[in-house]
Ligand binder design. Structure first.
Ligand code: ASP
Ligand code: MG
Length: 416
């Protein structure tokens, strides 16, 4: 019998009526003979509300207690959904993370899943029940409740699908799939029927926030076929149609149109910042001294460029997320500058990153030159470039970001 995991996000669980719709949809799959495990998020806004309450009492919340509080949103969801299914005459049973158990490491508020015991879930599926497992939460070796980081129920669902070797993990959400780019920026953006894990990973980490990046990594390493699809469709729509809708995240071997599509999407990240350390003595250890200090402050460095040295001095440029810009500048000015004898630190917090992504790049040449000539013809100056096997990214002035995305989307023929 085929086994599927359904994940429903906060919007899909947002009200009693929506929960009833989720129940109807899940019941439809169960009626069709599927074993179904459902992983819901907390009702929309609920996790924020809970964290807000915690902060009202303790501005820097105790991490253990914060997990105790934040994890309750999902506990409400699973109970309500289970009841909604029972009202439809279905056998359903809900479990929190610790009841399964979903075992995580000890890092409160950002725990990683270590193992999932599938016995209780299987037992209940085999009895004919629909099993509902709380997303976003687990339990550590000390029996403490943990949570997986914001958006973590995607990761819960994929991990549970991996543990059960499910036939598919269906992520029901408020968008109907993965698009060639953000439709709010390019109205001609198209929904992709398929995308490879690698491309999806680049899309996810580059700011197309459809799925939590960790869930995509997990799907890739455990080969979990994962589908992103809409939860806003009619719950009674024909199952055959629903099962083919949305975007399937697949493996490269299965990606049939690999030859025809060179670029699958244009991703962007608006809020970047660029920092240059000027006049750095060109000697071993410099990069690690600069970037080490930044990493120690838990700031993620993305693109890095070191210039050719002139007279024993070089310039060192890198990007950080814009919210971390001021902190990074402080560290460099107050600590690193004197330490390494740099002449100056300059920065620009108004830059954005635009990337063309596609596994077809591996077998096609000329993608980079097409990207650069497209930007040139729009009069957009490129500030930094970085490439990988399946991606080319540029840093540009933020005011040209949308123009660049539109021009590239068109140049790479993503509209048809
Ligand atoms: N409820 C959690 C959050 O808001 C987990 C999730 O929605 O995936 O972050
Ligand atoms: Mg989400």
């Amino acid at each position: 019998m085929a086994l599927v995991v359904h994940k429903y996000g906060g919007t899909s669980m947002g009200s009693v009526d929506r929960i009833k719709n989720v129940a109807r949809r899940v019941a439809k799959w169960h009626d069709a003979g599927y074993q179904v495990v459902v992983v819901p998020s907390a009702m929309a806004g609920e996790t924020n509300r809970l964290i807000g309450l915690a902060r009202e009492i303790m501005p820097e919340p105790d991490q253990r207690e914060l997990d105790m509080i934040a994890s309750t949103g999902e506990q409400v969801s699973i109970g309500l959904l289970s009841m909604a299914l029972k009202q439809l005459g279905k056998d359903a049973v809900s479990f929190t993370g610790w009841q399964v158990p979903v075992v995580t490491d000890t890092a409160h508020t950002k725990a990683r899943i270590q193992s999932i015991d599938d016995r209780k879930i299987r037992e209940n599926l085999d009895k004919g029940s629909i099993v509902i497992v709380a997303g976003f939460q687990g339990v550590n070796e000390f029996n403490e409740i943990t949570t997986l980081g914001r958006g973590g129920s995607d990761t819960s669902a994929v991990a549970i699908a991996a543990a059960l070797k499910a036939d598919e993990c269906l992520i029901y959400t408020d968008v109907d799939g993965v698009y060639t780019t953000d439709p709010r920026v390019v109205s001609e953006a198209r929904r992709l029927k398929k995308i490879t894990f690698e491309e999806m990973l680049e899309m996810a980490s580059l700011g197309s926030k459809v799925l939590q990046t960790r869930s995509v990594e997990l799907a890739g390493s455990y080969h979990v076929p994962t589908r992103v699809l809409s939860s806003l469709t009619d719950p009674e729509m024909p199952l055959e149609e629903e099962a083919k809708s949305g975007t399937l995240i697949t493996f490269e071997e299965e990606h049939t149109d690999m030859e025809s599509t060179v670029i699958s999407g244009i991703a962007f990240s608006r809020d970047e910042a660029k920092i240059t350390v000027l006049g750095v003595p060109d000697r071993p250890g410099i990069a690690s001294q600069i970037l080490g200090a930044i990493a120690n402050a838990n700031i993620e460095v993305d693109m890095i460029i070191q210039n050719q040295s002139v007279g024993g001095k070089t310039d060192f440029t890198f990007t950080v997320p814009r919210p971390d810009y001021n902190r990074a500048m402080d560290i460099l000015n107050n600590q690193v500058k004197a330490e390494i004898g740099a002449s100056d630190i300059i920065g620009d917090a108004k830059v954005s990153k635009v990337s063309a992504i596609g596994i077809g790049m591996r077998s096609h040449v000329g993608v980079a030159s097409k990207m650069f000539s497209t930007l040139f013809s729009e009069g957009i100056n490129i500030l930094m470039i970085s490439t990988s096997e399946i991606k080319i990214s540029v840093i540009i002035d933020e005011k040209y970001m949308e123009l660049a995305v539109r021009a590239l989307h068109k140049a790479f023929g993503l509209e048809q």
